[in-house]
Design a protein around this ligand. Structure first.
Ligand code: PHE
Length: 338
């Protein structure tokens, strides 16, 4: 009897040692200690033994069972570790793996550059939330009731119909003026949202940089001078700026601002669609109604405001042909602008 215990023990431990997958281990386990396995089978002999041998025999079978179970557990742990890698045998003296240096997203680069340039003109950075009130985004900015920009087809309203995802960075003007007396000189970069169908030049969310300068006797000449400085710093020293008449509810007069094309310097090329000019911003003199809405006295102060689309500028400067490339976050693509 003792002999067959020893034989089974030798075979069982060898089988455990030879099993090198979880499946193989399970087969060995079933063979030896499942209910009908060989080790429980040894207990069958107990009945036929003389009473004085029963105790010792039972003890031996139990020991075998424990030894087997232990061998099985050890082997299983080793197999798991082999599958997940050598956690215990990590060599701290090996050189690390170089994963490459990251770079700033083109939108971030341009935003930071614009902030830098306007800071040299005395502007500070202001900030506002992406979720805005209808008052800040439209009412205070002199949008009459029924103005098309308010339409649910164009604007993302939230459950509370008094809140929306801001459609431009201009509500930061309102926020800032409500909290600070004049003079004011801020720029406000940030994300904006519009219900646009995405295509090569449209995205439902995009970025703008807002500028606002309010003081005594701020004029259109200040607007043109400051934007010209920005244009020269951002696009090159021979960049020129031109204003075309336009309309915005919150500025009067309003203009669209073009910079001379940085590629052909005004001669006409593919980038500027042969016009020599590139549209960069909307701007104008702050409408007196806006001052009234924020509690400023329109007889005491004047101001200019502008808003530029950052994606647009990025696409022109970096030669990006599809706005969606900026959001796919394909590292191989973005790395080009590092
Ligand atoms: N908010 C305007 C837009 O999104 C841009 C703008 C800003 C125009 C400030 C004038 C003054 O189109």
């Amino acid at each position: 009897m003792t002999e067959s215990i020893e034989t089974i023990k030798t075979e069982a431990l060898a089988a455990v040692a030879a099993a090198d997958t979880p499946e193989a281990l399970e087969t060995v386990r079933l063979k030896y200690i499942s209910r009908k396995g060989l080790i429980p089978g040894l207990m069958q002999h107990l009945k036929s033994l003389p009473p004085e041998e029963k105790k010792a025999y039972g003890q031996q079978v139990n020991d075998l069972k424990n030894t087997f179970q232990q061998a099985l557990d050890d082997r299983r742990a080793a197999a798991e570790q082999a599958a997940t890698g050598p956690a215990q045998s990590f060599d701290v003296t090996l050189p690390g793996q170089w994963r490459g240096l990251g770079s700033k997203h083109p939108i971030t680069q341009l935003t930071e550059r614009a902030i830098e340039i306007f800071q040299t003109l005395g502007f500070t950075v202001a900030d506002g939330p992406d979720i805005e009130t209808v008052f800040n985004n439209f009412d205070a900015l002199n949008h009459p009731p029924g103005h098309p920009a308010r339409d649910v087809k164009d604007t993302f309203y939230l459950d509370d119909p008094n809140t929306l995802l801001r459609t431009h960075t201009s509500p930061v003007q309102v926020r800032y003026m409500l909290e600070h007396p004049p003079p004011v000189r801020i720029i406000a970069p940030g994300r904006c949202y519009r219900r646009d169908t995405p295509d090569a030049t449209h995205s439902a969310n995009f970025h703008q940089i807002e500028g606002l300068y309010v003081a005594k006797k701020v004029s259109m000449a200040d607007l043109k001078g400051d934007l010209s400085h920005f244009a020269r710093e951002a696009m090159g020293p021979d960049t020129r700026v031109r204003f075309r008449p336009h309309f915005f509810p919150f500025t009067e007069p309003s203009v669209e601002v073009d910079f001379s094309c940085h590629v052909c310097h005004g001669q006409g090329c593919r980038v500027c669609k042969q016009s020599g000019w590139i549209e960069i911003a909307g701007a104008g003199m702050v409408d007196p109604n806006v001052f009234t809405a924020v509690g400023y006295d329109p007889d005491q102060v004047t101001g200019y405001a502008f808003g530029m689309g950052i994606e647009r500028i990025a696409m022109i400067l970096f030669g990006i042909t599809d706005i969606r490339h900026l959001y796919e976050n394909d590292d191989r693509y973005l790395r080009q602008f590092a």
